[in-house]
Design a protein around this ligand. Structure first.
Ligand SMILES: *Cc1c(COP(=O)(O)O)cnc(C)c1O
Length: 388
């Protein structure tokens, strides 16, 4: 039998990081000593007290049955507490839903809100999953360019009226992957006004809210601003904050009716998050946050070494205020893909081509701060030997 994929699957672009991983493996097979600044997957391990909490919970047979769709009440309470403490945002437990990693919810939210032909407003360059969910629901993506002269914030005023009429969801992601930009208070206020006027649900992806470098400039939550809960939801995740990408746990919170829609999708698609993982997440969210503080220090040192080093080599880079990415303008006369290939072939360095995450990313590459300082210094040394 000839196996035929449907049009949606055929329409999906190859998942960028899987492609990069393939190239990396090929180089390793050639014997190259690869320094991987490509995929945004923390190299640090999950803090011990979270692992120990999981070990205890795994042994408890209560956790061996199907979890409840929206997540355990105790997990949702922990999120409510965390939001109050971190953002001074008040939530009820029915305004929170646990997710099998926030990617799961980001990819599935479309199922509850998009009919064929509905438009989804998506930032580009950006996290590929906003578009994946759009394709799977036969929605129509409309890409909002994030450009440096607009501080990598989407220009809401240039979206055509006929697009706005058909738009149902609008994604924003700050601190931003890949540009490392943060959103301002003014932007969120404008966004909420825009959403009300045009009847478009706001979907904020705040996965990097805790990866910041200045205590006095902590990233904001979209939900901090008046009216936000009437128009949208915010995703967050334990993946980046507690080095738990492999555990698959995150959440979405905000508007009760939107959350209900997501819970309904999940009740029909999966059966929730393994309760032992939820209990470990409760430990992470409610115990001392010293581990997060320590992690920020490590990223900060890496950030400073990489940005200073790149500048010395003549690269144009801004010092990121948040996220663990450095979004660097590439040397003149090259495309992003050419630079990525050159770095891999001549210095065994893996990084992400800006245009791989959207066409406005052309002219940039993204470095992830997911290797130690010694390796970053070695990467810089090798880059210094490249002739451009
Ligand atoms: C890493 C990341 C996430 C989080 O993914 P999980 O599924 O929670 O691991 C969400 N959004 C963006 C933009 C990310 O980079």
């Amino acid at each position: 039998m000839k196996i035929c994929y449907n049009e949606k699957l055929k329409k999906l672009p190859p998942y960028l990081f899987i492609e990069i991983d393939k190239k990396k493996k090929e180089a390793i097979e050639r014997g190259a000593d690869i320094i991987s600044l490509g995929v945004g997957d923390p190299d640090l391990s999950t803090p011990g007290h979270i692992v120990e909490s999981m070990q205890r919970s795994v042994a408890n047979s209560v956790n061996h049955q199907y979890p409840f769709g929206a997540g355990m009440l105790s997990f949702r309470e922990a999120v409510v507490q965390w939001y109050k403490k971190r953002f001074n945002v008040g939530l009820n437990t029915d305004e929170v839903c646990a997710l099998i990693g926030s990617k799961e919810g980001i990819g599935h939210i479309h199922l509850g809100f998009i009919d064929p032909g509905d438009v989804v407003l998506i930032p580009e360059p950006g996290y590929p999953v906003y578009n994946t969910g759009t394709i799977f629901t036969n929605g129509v993506p409309y890409f909002m360019p994030l450009v440096e002269k607009n501080s990598f914030l989407p220009d809401l005023n240039i979206i055509p009226v006929d697009i706005l009429k058909k738009a149902k969801l609008l994604f924003v992601n700050y601190p931003n992957n890949p540009t490392a930009a943060v959103a301002t208070k003014e932007f969120y206020i404008q966004l909420i006004e825009f959403s009300k006027k045009n009847n478009i649900i706001i979907v904020s992806d705040a996965a990097y809210s805790e990866i910041y470098y200045d205590e006095n400039e902590k990233p904001l939550s979209f939900l901090e601003f008046p009216g936000a809960k009437e128009v949208g939801v915010e995703f967050n995740s334990l993946s980046k904050t507690y080095n738990m990408t492999g555990w698959r746990i995150g959440w979405v919170c905000g508007n009760r009716d939107i959350i209900s829609g997501i819970v309904k999708v999940k009740d029909n698609y999966d059966s929730g998050v393994f309760q032992a993982v939820q209990e470990a997440a409760i430990t992470a969210l409610t115990s001392s946050q010293q581990c997060v503080e320590d992690m920020r220090k490590i990223y900060k040192e890496r950030r400073n070494v990489l940005v200073e080093g790149l500048k010395k080599l003549g690269w144009k880079v801004n010092l990121p205020k948040a996220s663990f990415y450095v979004w660097a303008r590439i040397p003149n006369g090259y495309t992003s893909s050419q630079v990525v290939s050159k770095l891999l072939d001549e210095a065994s360095i893996v990084c992400t081509p800006g245009n791989g995450m959207g066409k406005s990313g052309e002219g940039y590459v993204r470095f992830a701060l997911t290797v130690n300082v010694l390796r970053i210094k070695e990467a810089l040394r090798r880059m210094g030997e490249i002739k451009w």
